[in-house]
Design a protein around this ligand. Structure first.
Ligand code: 5GP
Ligand code: MN
Length: 339
């Protein structure tokens, strides 16, 4: 990573800083933004970590969570912080719309300097300082490099190490996606040396299942459909399925990976109905060269990475699935050619 010289100069004196990550924060979002906050705080900056909305239950164990301010609950305080900030760091997203409409409006009024640290493709141009690297598996790995380049690894406490470990772990699918490099493992090794309790982070994140969530997973698996000719599997989940098992935020996280784990399947999709927001939330996953970022951008108002992307539809669940099934044959050649 190359930190822009002008940014280092800007950070040489104490500043008012806000660190922001995306709506519906995942492990990489909370890990990267809170870790960066805790490092820069030690340089004497007046700094606050702001997330648009709450974390899923399986991430509420993270250290220093009590210091995070949530836009949805503290809207006027956050507006104040943004108005008075010198610098706003935006982490783990490539477009301001990823924070949600209301928070986006607030951020668009900010007339100071934006800094982007992110690993999504096609970064937008709102930031004065852009550190974007789609080859990196996680923003947390980039924040580690940022800290290293600031010569500040001595400031990595066990809590900060755990936060960075979390984001690398979740965004690499526990170190198994192709984006995982030897450098990722070196960073992980260093983080363990700095006090990240690796076994405990896995346990806290993945072994906190509720009985309801496992039952909902059972329902999702039983609704899974396979289109063998297109090497595709998909899962439609209705609002009533979610209600039956007392759905809580985060409960469907990772379900789509079960569809992708089927032998011979390289494209997996989950459609989740959300009656309250009147939309269908869609997650796309792929193996190999099939590019779900492009697929999500072109057809479902979304985006992300080549092998993992999200999108949405404002039509009914049935119509959305039918639209998807209608489009799929256009990709037959690509899907069949892939390993
Ligand atoms: P998920 O399916 O878990 O919601 O998202 C998968 C990946 O795609 C994540 O890295 C997420 O940040 C990204 N992503 C999800 N929705 C969108 C979207 O609407 N736009 C963009 N650019 N990325 C998205
Ligand atoms: Mn990420």
């Amino acid at each position: 990573m190359q930190i822009p010289k002008k940014l280092t100069e800007n950070l040489a004196k104490p500043k008012k800083i806000v660190v922001v990550s995306h709506r519906n924060p995942d492990g990489d979002a909370i890990g990267s933004s809170l870790a960066l906050t805790k490092i820069l705080q030690q340089f004497g900056h007046n700094i606050t970590c702001v997330l648009p909305n709450q974390l899923p239950d399986f991430l509420t164990w993270v250290p220093h969570l009590e210091e995070v301010m949530f836009f949805d609950n503290h809207t006027s305080e956050v507006k104040n912080l943004v108005e008075n900030a010198d610098i706003i760091f935006t982490l783990d997203f490539n477009h301001l719309s990823r924070v949600g409409n209301d928070f986006q409006e607030v951020l668009e009024k900010f007339d100071g300097k934006f800094v982007m640290i992110d690993h999504h493709q096609e970064p937008d141009s709102y930031a004065e300082f852009v550190m974007s690297n789609p080859a990196k598996a996680s923003t947390c790995e980039m924040v580690y490099d940022f800290i290293d380049e600031l010569d500040a690894t001595n400031k990595i406490t066990p809590a900060i190490a755990s936060l960075l470990y979390l984001g690398i772990m979740t965004d690499t699918g526990s170190f198994r996606f192709p984006s995982t490099t030897s450098q990722t493992h070196r960073t992980i090794a260093n983080l363990i040396d700095y006090g990240a309790t690796n076994w405990k982070i896995h346990q806290e994140t993945f072994d906190g299942n509720s009985y309801d969530r496992m039952q909902l997973l059972g329902r999702a698996l039983s609704k899974m459909k396979v289109i063998e000719s297109e090497k595709t599997a998909y899962i439609p989940l209705k609002q009533e399925d979610l209600d039956e098992f007392n759905f809580k935020k985060g409960d469907t996280e990772g379900f789509v990976n079960y569809a992708l784990s089927l032998k011979g399947i390289i494209f997996a999709v989950i459609f989740i109905e959300n009656s309250q927001d009147k939309l269908i939330k869609i997650s796309f996953r792929s193996k190999g060269d099939f590019d779900v970022n492009t697929f999500a951008r072109q057809h479902f108002e979304g985006g992300g990475h080549k092998n993992a992307a999200g999108g949405r539809s404002f039509d009914s669940l049935t119509n959305t699935v039918n639209k998807f099934l209608g489009i799929l044959p256009d990709y037959s050649k690509e899907l069949k050619n892939d390993a």
